[in-house]
Write a new protein. Structure first.
Length: 191
């Protein structure tokens, strides 16, 4: 019983520390609402919530290779709306960073899988097949977690991750442009 309690205490402590690591940037008050680390913009037709957030999927290397933003968009109108691909960008350290296309991220992931899991055609290892299946699941999970642009049905919402140049994380302040509306985030001083 004591071992279980110690294990649970350790797990909670690790979760708390991981939560601090994820929350490196906080939204600065502006012409938008701030709630639960999200900056929330609202217009007559759209509701947009955004925050820097580490990718929480199986492919963990994406968080060490890219700076990720989690975006939620809701269509508040009775009409379909189009979200153009140039809808979101970041300015960090005076430089604009556009999101990294999904094709590039998946291509680099696929290349890493091929290099890591080259197999000898004469050796049929069942563990290698299981690992390959898990990696394929992580690949598809990343595809499904990526924010998709295009048509947004009336009353519907879309959410997902957008990935940016890793150098973005070195800036003390970032400005996320959401359809022409700037949202400022600064690095939190508390650790």
């Amino acid at each position: 019983m004591r071992t279980i309690r110690n294990l649970l205490t350790s797990s909670l402590l690790l979760l708390l520390l991981a939560g601090c690591a994820i929350g490196g940037y906080r939204p600065v008050a502006g012409d938008y609402q701030v709630e639960d680390g999200f900056a929330i913009l609202r217009s007559d037709s759209l509701w947009i919530a955004v925050r820097p957030q580490a990718y929480r999927g199986s492919y963990r290397d994406v968080s060490s290779n890219f700076f990720s933003m989690y975006v939620v968009v809701r269509n508040l109108s009775d009409n379909r709306l189009r979200l153009p691909e140039e809808s979101f960008s970041i300015v960090a350290g005076g430089r604009q960073h556009d999101y990294v296309p999904l094709d590039f991220i998946l291509g680099s992931y696929q290349q890493n899988l091929l290099l890591d899991q080259w197999q000898d055609p004469f050796n049929a290892d069942p563990l290698l097949a299981e690992t390959r299946d898990k990696n394929l699941d992580a690949y598809y999970e990343l595809m499904a977690s990526y924010f998709s642009f295009g048509e947004l049905q009336a009353g519907a919402s879309k959410d997902g991750y957008l990935f940016y140049n890793r150098a973005t994380s070195r800036a003390e302040e970032i400005i996320f442009d959401a359809l022409g509306h700037p949202v400022k985030f600064t690095k939190s001083k508390e650790k």
